[in-house]
Write a protein that binds this ligand. Sequence first.
Ligand SMILES: O=C(O)CCC(=O)C(=O)O
Ligand SMILES: [Fe+2]
Length: 320
Amino acid sequence: MAATTSDAAAARTTALKCISLLNPDIQKSCFLLKQACQDSGFFFVVDHGISQDLTDEVFFQSKMFFGLPLQEKMKLLRNKKHRGYTPKLDELLDPENQVITKKDITLELRYLRMIIKQTNLFMGQISGPQKMFYLGGGMLWRSTIEKPYADFFDKKEMLDEPIATLRLLHYEDKVSDPAMGIYGCGAHSDFGFLTLLATDDVMGLQICKDKDARPRIWEYVPPLKGAFVVNLGDMLERWSNGVFRSTLHRVIGHGQERYSIVYFVEPSHECIVECLPSCTSEVNPPKYSPIICSTYLSQRYRETHLYLDSYHRNEARGKV
Ligand SMILES: O=C(O)CCC(=O)C(=O)O
Ligand SMILES: [Fe+2]
């Protein structure tokens, strides 16, 4: 069933917490972070140490890539592990409301897979995104995991070799029409653990804090220059027994091209995501069964992407 037009038109701007990683008052930052994680699971992070020049360069490279003719981009077609160019219409995040035959669905390129070593300590030498992960991750743990669980995530199998994927996204200059099932990116919650997002200055991202409300209330997350939008994924919601929120979000097009950079950080492949001891009690039993990180992620990708074989069938019919 398609959504009503009014849900896009009525969208107002949300007020997100803003966490500075340079704030010496760690207690305060952790308090804000915990509030944000319990409220919407979305917040801004500033003073993250990733230079604007680096971010601008990535946006520039992204524009160059997406500006190439389709045949050139198809030479880098994604593989079974979702590394490579993912053409529009490959991903369908909200099958109930989204129409696949329309044009303005996310184009994206996952071009880099980084394996990063986890440690609870911030190390000065590590660069950009890793820094975010160490700091963001470290603060999260401190805000949720009280003694005696403070070293819970130190176990090798947890975050020693996190799966990390950087995606460059490009939205066409089309106007979305929720009533017709046309979105820049359909409503979804992220599958994994933590997502860091850099956007250009084009408005488009919306969140819905209560996915069960009807009609759904959508609020814009306004672009904030130099900040990362950070949001929690379903795996962290499961891990925290629903204490932390993985919130529904989508992107609405307004007739302007839009670029964003998304960095998904997930636990190690074999990590078992099972209700945190500090998030359960006799009166609050675990709501979700344990899952293995890579199994869960693969299943979610299978549910939301085309079978690769369909490209070869289309190629044979001259459609790609
Ligand atoms: O481009 C955006 O602002 C959001 C993208 C997103 O939500 C995703 O790729 O999971
Ligand atoms: Fe997302």
